[in-house]
Design a protein around this ligand. Structure first.
Ligand SMILES: [Zn+2]
Length: 137
């Protein structure tokens, strides 16, 4: 038996983001934003968020408010969300697929990762801008 009645039927989504010679896995929490934010709003420490907005990250004041926020049990509970096993399975396979290093661009002398078939975005754009081979007179 699952905790279906109290879990999110949809879960976070994972996508591989490629940018030139770097890549990362993007975890999109928007599908669980409603329950996440509802739970966060229950914290008595949310007033500290306004202070974070106006303090320099790394400053003593910023660090003090951030530490109080992350130590708040209600905040910690809000950041621990239940998702349905079906949503977990989907997230699991998205994480599995997006974790691997992408293939490299096959264009000569290009160090980027491929994003469009076997080319990077730049080389793909360049290829589209050139007239098709064999049609030049
Ligand atoms: Zn390229």
């Amino acid at each position: 038996m699952t905790a279906g009645g109290m879990s999110n039927s949809v879960g976070p989504r994972a996508t591989r983001i490629v940018d030139g010679t770097t890549y990362a896995v993007e975890l999109d929490l928007n599908p669980i934003a409603a329950s996440l934010l509802t739970d966060l709003a229950r914290s008595t420490q949310t007033w500290r968020l306004e202070h974070l907005k106006h303090r320099q990250p790394g400053s003593a004041e910023f660090t003090r408010h951030l530490a109080a926020l992350t130590a708040d049990p209600t905040m910690q509970a809000a950041l621990t969300q239940l998702i349905h096993p079906d949503a977990a399975e989907q997230l699991s396979s998205e994480l599995w697929e997006s974790k691997d290093e992408p293939g490299y661009c096959t264009s000569w002398d290009c160090a980027n990762y491929a994003t469009v078939l076997d080319l990077c975005g730049d080389c793909q754009q360049e290829a589209e801008a050139k007239p098709p081979a064999g049609r030049v007179r």
